[in-house]
Design a protein around this ligand. Structure first.
Ligand SMILES: C[S@@+](CC[C@H](N)C(=O)[O-])C[C@H]1O[C@@H](n2cnc3c(N)ncnc32)[C@H](O)[C@@H]1O
Length: 225
């Protein structure tokens, strides 16, 4: 219902590179969440949640969900959920502007347990933040990440072909026109350094979160370093 409410009137055309990218990204984050829940993980934080419906789709007894988002986006989502009559009993909503607020402290006030393992998912958000803001955000999440936590994140990595560069440029124009300009594109090297400064390291491939294909697409699972 929420997806229809926010995007139901958008035209759907033949599968474009962007829709294929989004399908792969959705499948990656779905897999990470399902694995976490199957292993008994009891806390999930959706960072920059937007209209993500996973806290509703994957609601499970004993699991606490937290959605942290910009106050304006979260206000609109809550208004839509209320209008649609969708109850969210297992979701805590934490409003935070990552350019000024500390999401870790907001999570603590909302009841998040910093000593217990948490899965943080940060999908489609990094590109909209300046590198310095992203670093502060990830450091704040690290400060409330108990042992055994994971951070699944998608980042915009630098393009390898002229075709991808052209598509990126079209994407940047489209999101800027929609009022949410892209603010960062990382190289594999700058991303790894930024993660390390913020206290996160790449999860070993043995953890089974996906191999080369996903990291090439900029979908990563990190662990507290
Ligand atoms: C493209 S949406 C992605 C939403 C969702 N994670 C998904 O993949 O569908 C980007 C999200 O980043 C959030 N965001 C962008 N800048 C932000 C900021 N400065 N502080 C907090 N959230 C921000 C927006 O509110 C929005 O929810």
């Amino acid at each position: 219902m929420l997806a229809r409410d926010i995007a139901g009137s958008m035209p759907t055309g033949p599968a474009s590179p962007m829709s294929r990218y989004l399908a792969a990204r959705t499948a990656f984050f779905d897999r990470v969440v399902v694995r976490w829940l199957d292993r008994g993980g009891a806390q999930v934080v959706v960072v920059g949640a937007g209209y993500d419906g996973r806290a509703l789709r994957y609601a499970k007894p004993g699991v606490s969900w937290y959605e942290v988002d910009h106050p304006a986006t979260q206000h609109d989502k809550l208004a839509r959920l209320a209008r649609l009559g969708v109850a969210t009993p297992s979701v805590c909503f934490v409003a935070a502007d990552f350019t000024t607020d500390d999401p870790g402290s907001g999570l603590g006030k909302a009841g998040h347990d910093a000593d217990a393992p948490t899965l943080f998912i940060c999908e489609g958000v990094a590109v909209y933040l300046e590198e310095a803001v992203l670093e502060t955000l990830l450091a704040s999440l690290r400060s409330v990440a108990g042992a055994g936590s994971q951070l699944a994140i998608s980042v915009s990595v630098n393009a390898r072909s002229a075709q991808t560069t052209a598509r990126r440029s079209a994407f940047r124009s489209a999101v800027a026109a929609a009022g949410e300009p892209a603010r960062s594109t990382l190289t594999a090297g700058t991303a790894t350094t930024l993660f390390a400064i913020a206290g996160w390291g790449l999860s070993p491939p043995a953890a089974g979160h996906g191999g080369q294909r996903e990291s090439n697409a900029g979908f990563l699972v990190l662990e507290p370093a």
